[in-house]
Write a new protein. Structure first.
Length: 272
């Protein structure tokens, strides 16, 4: 795996003319346009990068974009891979140690999620303080590469306290209210049943989604500090009595996308 990462990195360093990203960003629903706002952009389709998989998810562009934002060099994954597309957890998380090897000092993961906590409303934002990996799978299954990380990595501090505090300061600076909570990662692609959501609430979940946990685990494994923020695009199954639809998720993601991008820009501007 280490050799594959080196090959991806060699390729990208050439394409990016040796510009080194300070922060990497994985753009979930509603955030994709942020990559278009970067200055001095260089974009590479996932499919061109050695050992990288293409994204098939609807509305996920599927390219890496390097550029500057708020005076910092940023590398955006415009679109990501999901387990429900048929990728293995290791495929999904492959970009993470690669982003670290490219020089990123932190990664910001973003996603759309269903709200389980009844204090939340559609359109709210939540900083992920911790997660429950309910996929039953791990991106670290198989032979461990000690050059990337240890065999049995600790998961007590997956989400950087320093970056979570910074997110609060940034939200306050732009007048955005921010929840904190536990993200339950599921496989999808079907939304949950109402009974599953009741179970997740009892287990301590505040939001549920089909991404992020594999990437967070991989980041923790390779020692890349993570900040993860969910946009609550809908209340989870059974909470309002309404059926769930991709339409609703997309509508909220679009309607609240601009505010989400404002928050992310502010966070990046305040990062060291
Ligand atoms: N469940 C799972 N994934 C999601 C949801 C949800 O309710 N909303 C957005 N992504």
């Amino acid at each position: 795996m280490y050799e594959q990462i080196q090959q991806s990195v060699e390729f990208l360093k050439k394409v990016f003319h040796n510009r080194t990203p300070q922060v990497a960003l994985v753009l979930g629903s509603g955030l994709g346009p942020l990559a278009d706002e970067l200055e001095n952009r260089i974009a590479v389709p996932f499919g061109d990068i050695p050992h990288f998989c293409r994204s098939t998810a609807p509305d996920h562009v599927g390219q890496l974009v390097l550029g500057t934002l708020s005076g910092k060099t940023i590398l955006c994954m415009q679109g990501r891979l999901h387990g429900y597309e048929g990728y293995t957890p290791a495929d999904v998380s492959y970009p993470i140690p690669m982003l670290k090897a490219l020089g990123a000092k932190a990664v910001i993961l973003t996603n759309a999620a269903g709200g389980i906590n009844t204090d939340f409303s559609a359109g709210d934002f939540m900083v992920i303080d911790d997660h429950i990996n309910f996929t039953g799978k791990s991106p670290l299954t198989g032979i461990n590469d000690d050059k990337v990380g240890t065999r049995f990595p600790d998961m007590c501090h997956v989400y950087s306290q320093q970056l979570r505090d910074l997110a609060d300061e940034a939200a306050q600076a732009c007048g955005i209210s921010l929840h904190h909570g536990v993200y339950v990662g599921v496989n999808g692609p079907q939304y949950e049943t109402a009974a599953e959501i009741r179970m997740f609430r009892v287990m301590g979940g505040d939001a549920v989604g089909m991404s992020t946990v594999f990437e967070s685990i991989a980041a923790s494994h390779c020692g890349l500090p993570v900040l993860a923020i969910s946009m609550i695009t809908n209340m989870a199954a059974g909470i309002t009595g309404d059926s769930l639809s991709d339409e609703e998720v997309k509508q909220t993601a679009n309607a609240r996308g601009q505010l989400f991008r404002t928050l992310i820009r502010q966070i990046i501007s305040m990062m060291e």
